[in-house]
Design a protein around this ligand. Sequence first.
Ligand code: ZN
Length: 171
Amino acid sequence: MPEAPILPIDDPLLKTVSMPVTVVDDEARALAKRMFAVMDRANGAGLAAVQIGVPKRLVVMDVRDAEDKHHRLALINPEIIEASEDTETQNEGCLSMPDYDIPVSRSTRVRARYLDLTGQEHVVSATGGLAICLQHEIDHTNGILFTDRVSRLRRDRARSYFAKVRRRASS
Ligand code: ZN
């Protein structure tokens, strides 16, 4: 399996809106398989296809909900169809900016619609880490980063931290 590098948070591709997956075929399933491998290797909770340079609306996740139930899912063309007005602020990370968590305010509960890897439609009602992950990953498919959801001060701090890490890595 070829190594798929994860794009860093300042890569311009991460700001683009991903294209819908028009057919759920072997190509889409192979992409999901590759994404699971990349996510697992990086010990991540979620990954969007655009993060490995494929701007398609496909995300994978491996998280627990508020009842500690485990969810390992590949979601094609996922969309939030309902979001609670009440919000919760939790520390969030992103595989495109490793080892840097930021508190982000998200809806406490969401409902999302998606296709599975056989093309069948599902609606999932999510709480806890699953709700956070769905919002974070679906944001990625829309070109929105978690740093876009916090104050300018926190965003600037995250950017300068990340620039420092990259300088260190390249020297
Ligand atoms: Zn992310």
